[in-house]
Ligand binder design. Structure first.
Ligand code: NAP
Length: 244
């Protein structure tokens, strides 16, 4: 029997890599994407195969429709989509709103929010029971920044994640009767390369638990939301911020 497909965007490193490993261990065929780090993505695929799982890596800039179209063609070639985890994201750097470039603003919103909406649309068209699908789950990566706003750092990034929160609330209600549960995980500071070198070390002592989180701690929350243990969880934004 072919395994249901778990699509995780940005699976080449960080939180997405941890999600890909957990999803494969849970018995899914993992389709993971990367933007440019082909070797890193292939290394994640190899780790999954070495552990007896099944995975494939697909290059896709999810801020671009042509890439998303190609990505979902790869999903269709692989089998039945069960879970979309829209994880890949960018911050657009660190500065004030007065100084940020057009390029950083367009890229951040395109990748973090517009791409999330387009991928959600494509997933719904495939998994909605109203459209002949078998139902499934959509999980977005928000951020605690959507509440705190990240002033003097990346306000536009926080705003893009605020858009994700609204997307969860609306979409969960729109497709709840179609066998689709829509949720998000909202991490606090997690130890990945999204942070500039030394940033986490500088803020760690001020965090409620005195430490940053690990990618695996976010992946656990994603896997809970994807599982039947969360069968009545929809429209939720699950904070994984160590109290932040
Ligand atoms: P990361 O380590 O920087 O990894 C980012 C991933 O996104 C990589 O796989 C990267 O691919 C991919 N990516 C980059 N540009 C892309 C594009 N244009 N289109 C598609 N994918 C792209 O980030 P992370 O910390 O794991 O973050 C994962 C998610 O969690 C993001 O949505 C982030 O906003 C959210 N989050 C993270 C934290 C944190 O503290 N780490 C906190 C809150 C929320 P390549 O490897 O090919 O570049």
């Amino acid at each position: 029997m072919t395994k249901p497909v778990f699509l995780v965007t940005g699976g080449s490193r960080g939180i997405g890599e941890a999600i890909a490993l957990d999803a494969a261990a849970a018995g899914y065929f993992v389709l993971l994407t990367y933007a440019s780090a082909a070797a890193a993505a292939e290394a994640v695929v190899q780790r999954i195969r070495d552990a007896g799982g099944e995975a494939e890596a697909v290059q896709a800039d999810t801020g671009e429709w042509a890439d998303i179209e190609r990505l979902f063609a790869a999903v269709d070639a692989r089998g039945r989509l069960a879970v979309l985890c829209y994880n890949g994201g960018v911050t657009g750097g660190s500065t004030t709103m007065a100084e940020v470039s057009n390029e950083a603003l367009f890229e951040t919103v395109n990748v973090n929010l517009t791409g999330a909406m387009i991928c959600a649309r494509e997933a719904i068209r495939r998994i909605s029971t109203r459209r002949g699908g078998e139902g499934g789950s959509i999980i977005f990566l928000s951020s605690r920044a959507s509440l705190y706003g990240s002033p003097n750092d990346h306000v536009w990034y926080a705003a893009s994640k605020g858009g994700i929160d609204s997307l969860v609330y609306g979409l969960a209600r729109e497709v709840g009767t179609e066998g689709i549960r829509v949720n998000a995980v909202s991490p606090g500071p997690i130890r990945t390369e999204i942070h500039s070198p030394g940033r986490l070390e500088r803020i760690e002592s001020s965090l409620p638990m005195g430490r940053a989180g690990e990618p695996s701690e976010v992946a656990s929350a994603v896997m809970f939301l994807a599982s039947n243990a969360a069968s009545y969880v929809a429209g939720s934004i699950l904070a994984v911020g160590g109290g932040r």
